[in-house]
Design a protein around this ligand. Structure first.
Ligand code: HEC
Length: 219
């Protein structure tokens, strides 16, 4: 009996120690330039899929097909998603080409998910990938607006494409103030960031300016 006990203990120690020794050799290449193997891709994709599916809300979007929500969602998309995900005839930003895993084309990838799942992913992000959680800086209402726009990504009008490209959605700013009336500090912080972004935006070039205004770290 005693022998059996020690056998179990030693086996467990080896089971724990071996992987640690393996990791300690540095055998795993964590470089973003190194693609994952087939096993990792399959396992990780499945893990994310299950994780999202058991947590996502079942409800249908409260702003489904509402044109005003789609329009508001587009402004958010341009400010916060376009850099990585791109859109029809709009290139992703250069830095996004170095992300691993790569940000997928959401016009196609969005079809794999329900509204609630898109909402959950946008709100909570996907850990250990470049996909940020937008729930830290955005209300549920704003996230539903983004989801409403994601549904239109596969069929953008010429003017929507032009607006995404040029960053010149006339009269629209990435404005959170209306939704954050209760949070004076955030409103003040955002105003400041928006003001800074204004002149650069007028140049029509620097799409990142609004994203900078978006990060909680600037507040
Ligand atoms: C900094 C880059 C970056 C930004 C900005 C970004 N994403 Fe992502 N996103 C990613 C990456 C990388 C993935 C792939 C994650 C993976 O493979 O599991 C991803 C995955 C997703 C997915 C899951 C797609 C799928 O089928 O795997 C959705 C939905 C999504 N993003 C929506 C958004 C929305 C909406 C925004 C803006 C509010 C946004 N993303 C902004 C990098 C980004």
């Amino acid at each position: 009996m005693r022998r059996f006990f020690w056998g179990v203990v030693v086996t467990l120690l080896i089971l724990i120690a071996l992987p640690l020794v393996l990791l300690g050799t540095g055998v795993f290449n964590m470089a973003a330039t190194e693609g994952p193997g087939a096993l990792e891709t399959t396992l990780a994709t499945w893990t994310v899929d299950r994780s999202v599916k058991v947590r996502a809300p079942q409800e249908i979007s409260p702003v489904k097909d509402d044109p005003a929500a789609v329009e508001a969602g587009m402004v958010h998309y341009r400010a916060m998603c376009l850099q990585c995900h791109g859109a029809q005839d709009v290139q992703q930003h250069e830095f996004a080409q170095g992300l691993n895993p790569p940000p997928p084309d959401l016009a196609a990838a969005g079809k794999d998910w329900s509204d609630g799942e898109l909402f959950w992913i946008t709100k909570h992000g996907i850990r250990m990938t470049g996909m940020p959680a937008f729930g830290k800086s955005h209300s549920d209402e704003e996230i539903w607006q983004i989801v409403a726009f994601l549904r239109k990504l596969d069929n953008l009008s010429a003017s929507q494409v032009a607006a995404l490209r040029e960053g010149e959605e006339a009269g629209h700013h990435h404005d959170h103030d209306a939704h954050e009336a209760g949070n004076q500090e955030a409103v003040a912080g955002h105003d400041e960031a928006a003001d800074r972004a204004e002149p650069r935006e007028a140049g029509g070039e620097d799409r990142l300016s609004e994203v900078e205004g978006e990060t909680p770290y600037q507040r």
